[in-house]
Design a protein around this ligand. Structure first.
Ligand SMILES: C[S@@+](CC[C@H](N)C(=O)[O-])C[C@H]1O[C@@H](n2cnc3c(N)ncnc32)[C@H](O)[C@@H]1O
Length: 243
């Protein structure tokens, strides 16, 4: 019996992303035949590994600043037979300078600052003719239910049209625009909370239980009473035209 909750143990991706959308994105990105792939704030790199599996000629690098998720990515690369084609490195987004054919940044805008900062920095990391998969928070038509229950940086996010406009203003062309659906969000939030809730099922009297229960209650309150069906997540496949 583990003495602490699992660490993202109930999530396939650390983003509102279904297997179906992930595989479709991986196939679309692989079709452009990138030779080099860079995933910034890769977490455990599940989407990076799927892109590499779909693009046999590509080599990939995932960078993150959390050793625990990088270790999970390395283990997954072994399981998928991708060891020689992928590296998981402890590097902060702002320290990157080597461009790649395909850059991915999903849920990791904060590695560069805010959304405009991230788009500007990421553009410099994409080779001319290359692509960026950019996944970032957006507000849907409904907006936040209770603004007091939403984090300030999240409140500042644009809607999907605004996010695409920002990308175009930065110099990208939008090759594909999509957004997570309600089921992907519910699975993401439930999977995030499941680490705590499953642990509490067998550790109700553990000394850490009151703190973990309170954190889970606060997160669930913000999700269900603050931003559910208002906060969205856009996935933009963006091109950097040659010339
Ligand atoms: C929401 S997760 C997204 C992970 C992954 N892209 C995915 O979709 O599963 C954000 C990730 O950014 C990483 N991160 C935070 N600050 C960073 C930085 N300055 N440079 C690189 N990664 C960073 C975190 O450790 C975390 O793994």
């Amino acid at each position: 019996m583990s003495d602490e909750p699992a660490f993202y143990g109930h999530l396939t991706f650390n983003a509102p992303l279904s297997d179906g959308r992930a595989d479709a994105i991986a196939a679309r990105l692989a079709a452009a035949a990138p030779a080099t792939v860079l995933d910034v704030g890769c977490g455990w790199g599940e989407l990076l590994l799927r892109v590499l599996a779909a693009a046999p000629g590509a080599r990939g690098t995932g960078v993150d600043t959390d050793d625990r998720v990088l270790a999970r990515g390395r283990d997954a690369a072994v399981d998928r037979g991708l060891v020689g084609r992928v590296a998981f490195d402890d590097i902060a987004g702002r320290d990157l300078s080597e461009p790649a054919d395909l850059v991915m940044c999903v849920g990791s805008t904060h590695a560069f600052g805010d959304t405009p900062d991230a788009l500007a920095a990421l553009q410099k990391l994409v080779r001319p003719g290359g692509r960026l998969l950019f996944g970032d928070g957006i507000w849907q038509e409904r907006g936040p239910v209770d603004r007091d229950l939403v984090w300030d940086d999240v409140l500042a996010q644009p809607d999907l049209g605004g996010l695409v406009d920002l990308a175009v203003d930065t110099g990208f062309r939008p090759l594909w625009v999509e957004a997570a659906d309600a089921d992907e969000w519910d699975a993401f939030e439930s999977g995030f909370l499941a680490d705590s809730e499953e642990w509490l099922m067998t550790h109700a009297d553990h000394p850490d239980a009151p703190k973990i229960r309170a954190q889970a209650d606060e997160h669930r309150r913000r999700w269900l009473h603050g931003y559910r069906n208002g906060l969205g997540f856009g996935y933009l496949t963006l091109g950097v035209p040659v010339g």
